[in-house]
Design a binder for this molecule. Structure first.
Ligand SMILES: *[C@@H]1O[C@H](CO)[C@@H](O)[C@H](O)[C@H]1NC(C)=O
Ligand SMILES: *[C@@H]1O[C@H](CO)[C@@H](O)[C@H](O)[C@H]1NC(C)=O
Ligand SMILES: *[C@@H]1O[C@H](CO)[C@@H](O)[C@H](O)[C@H]1NC(C)=O
Ligand SMILES: *[C@@H]1O[C@H](CO)[C@@H](O)[C@H](O)[C@H]1NC(C)=O
Ligand SMILES: *[C@@H]1O[C@H](CO)[C@@H](O)[C@H](O)[C@H]1NC(C)=O
Ligand SMILES: *[C@@H]1O[C@H](CO)[C@@H](O)[C@H](O)[C@H]1NC(C)=O
Ligand SMILES: *[C@@H]1O[C@H](CO)[C@@H](O)[C@H](O)[C@H]1NC(C)=O
Length: 488
């Protein structure tokens, strides 16, 4: 060891000098990126944001009783999904472009879809797979072979377990089950906590601090969802619609799980918020969360409206698709999801801005070619390559696209994305076509979609003006699209 160090030592100053020189010459060539504006997303939050569409699977005894909230008195024998095939669930998800599926491992009725060692109110007492089944394991296996990630929901409210209502023993029970789910099934990417509780439910304090610490201890890349984060927040409604102003930033100190009256704050976020806590929009493809024979999936036009109001407003869309009593996702839902994905692909696969002759901007950070020019908004990187104006530029910031053809551009959707890796910035923006304003709005965030109220526009020059922002705006992508399903 000592010898090696001796041989190294005489070389060190020279090597050091060389390294410094090469670093300096590289620094002279490239313009540094602008400073971020805090707060920033974590690595796992950034990964989550790019998923855009994720899927919820509400499944359990309610599927068989036709209810939304079970009583806790259900006989486990009613759970018998004879044709259950988690591969079909995950295939459906993959075809819909979903990369994360979240299962209700336990809903309010307390029935566990895995063989927990801490209760027998579970699949062990059901005829399904002769009491040897494990829905969580089957989902995990199916997801793994298809490269899809898994999330879990473990309802805090438990109407079956007799420990419920006694703070210490119930919290111990809940933590024991959390440990089972987070130790035994490999990587879990999202865990869902809510404050849902019936009006007459037994009083009970959940030890959220202990639960969340344990979750982070057991799963390093997990995101915790709840009304109050710490990683992902509820958007404040269950109809798949975020505020038209939607900040990923908020003050967690103002939030609490199950607290009433915070819905508007959750929906819009807070431009002064100290915490990065982006919203997730949970909504079901059907009227209910669980499968019911009499219900059918929403129309394509409704799903697209939900998409524009969630993904198009800086949110993630958590779309619930409930398996039926056979244990499969119903054919109508599979079909509707295919239509939904196909429509999204149709709308967004062509970006008319890419065909433009000229892209220019009010100013550009750094002098040389490359770096932070407006052409960056047309590449495939929607996070780390972006147009940045000069820090000291005083006028209005804008970016402009000019069509090279006489026909010009014909579109009805405008997509704008911010480089959120450096903080969410844009507060107000407007869009002009040949000098006429066609849309305006407040926040942009990871993705903002304007589906034009006035329908299709035709023009040669499209300008996006940033009227107000925290620091300089950083735009990572712009799209001009045609949505053939939009008939205002
Ligand atoms: C229950 O306990 C057994 C024996 O320790 C263990 O093998 C099994 O994995 C446990 N089940 C769960 C769901 O953790
Ligand atoms: C709660 O209890 C009241 C009074 O007993 C009853 O009228 C009401 O229906 C109950 N609500 C629920 C959700 O069970
Ligand atoms: C539930 O417990 C909390 C905290 O101990 C208390 O503030 C609240 O009044 C109780 N509510 C009911 C309905 O007993
Ligand atoms: C969604 O829910 C919110 C709050 O419950 C409500 O204000 C809004 O009108 C609903 N939007 C739609 C499209 O149903
Ligand atoms: C959030 O916190 C910031 C920083 O402390 C503060 O300026 C802002 O007013 C807070 N927002 C609300 C709604 O209280
Ligand atoms: C569940 O869906 C599958 C196919 O997706 C279908 O074959 C089956 O009949 C459905 N079960 C019920 C009870 O509707
Ligand atoms: C958009 O423009 C209208 C009309 O000038 C104005 O009333 C509205 O406040 C603007 N919206 C935003 C978000 O700036």
């Amino acid at each position: 060891m000592a010898k090696l160090w001796c041989c190294w030592w005489p070389l060190t100053p020279l090597l050091f000098q060389l390294l410094i020189n090469s670093a300096i010459s590289r620094l002279e060539q490239a313009t540094t990126p602008p400073l971020p504006i805090l707060p920033l997303p974590s690595f796992s939050q950034l990964k989550w944001q790019q998923r855009e569409l994720i899927m919820f699977l509400h499944f359990g005894v309610n599927t068989f009783t036709g209810s939304e909230w079970g009583t806790g008195h259900e006989d486990p024998a009613i759970f018998d999904p004879v044709g259950l095939d988690a591969n079909q669930w995950v295939d459906t998800a993959v075809e819909a472009g979903v990369s994360l599926v979240i299962l209700t491992a336990k809903h309010h009725d307390g029935f566990c879809l895995w063989p927990s060692n801490y209760t027998d109110h579970s699949v062990v007492r059901s005829p399904w797979r002769n009491g040897r089944g494990d829905v969580v394991q089957e989902l995990v296996d199916a997801a793994k072979t298809r490269g899809v990630d898994v999330g879990l929901y473990l309802s805090p409210w438990d109407r079956h377990d007799r420990r419920y209502g006694r703070d210490l023993v119930y919290n111990e029970y809940y933590l024991a089950q959390l440990q089972e789910l987070l130790k035994k099934y490999g990587s879990v990417r999202e865990i869902w906590f809510d404050g849902a509780k019936g009006a007459n439910a037994t009083n009970m304090t959940y030890y959220f601090t202990e639960w969340f610490s344990m979750v982070k201890e057991l799963q390093s890349s997990i995101n915790i969802f709840s009304d109050a984060g710490p990683d992902i927040r509820w958007v404040g409604d269950e109809n798949g619609s975020a505020g038209s102003t939607c900040w990923s930033t908020i003050n967690r100190s103002k939030l609490a799980i199950g607290k009433a009256g915070i819905e508007d704050y959750l929906s819009t976020g807070d431009p002064k918020g100290r915490d990065w806590l982006p919203p997730e929009c949970d909504v079901s493809i059907r009227p209910g969360w669980f499968w019911h024979k009499s219900e059918s999936p929403k129309k394509l036009s409704k799903l697209l409206e939900i998409y524009y109001n969630s993904v198009g407003r800086n949110c993630l869309l958590l779309l619930n698709v409930p398996p039926n009593t056979t244990g499969l996702i119903s054919e109508e839902d599979v079909k509707r999801l295919k239509e939904f994905r196909s429509a999204i692909d149709t709308i967004f696969s062509t970006n008319l801005a890419e065909s433009c002759l000229l892209v220019k901007a009010s100013s550009k950070r750094g002098g040389k070619e490359g770096g932070f020019g407006p052409e960056n908004v047309l590449d495939n990187d929607h996070l780390w390559t972006y147009w940045a104006p000069r820090d000291d530029y005083k006028g209005d910031h804008w970016i402009e696209f000019t069509s090279g053809t006489d026909e010009g551009l014909r579109f009805n959707v405008i997509r704008i994305q911010e480089a959120i890796g450096l903080g969410q910035r844009i507060k107000r923006h407007e869009i002009y076509v040949d000098g006429i304003r066609v849309a305006n709005g407040t926040t942009v965030g990871y993705k903002r979609l304007h589906r034009l109220e006035g329908g299709v526009v035709h023009g040669r020059v499209v300008r996006i003006r940033i009227i107000e922002s925290r620091g300089v705006p950083l735009i990572s992508s712009v799209g001009l699209h045609f949505d053939p399903y939009w008939h205002p």
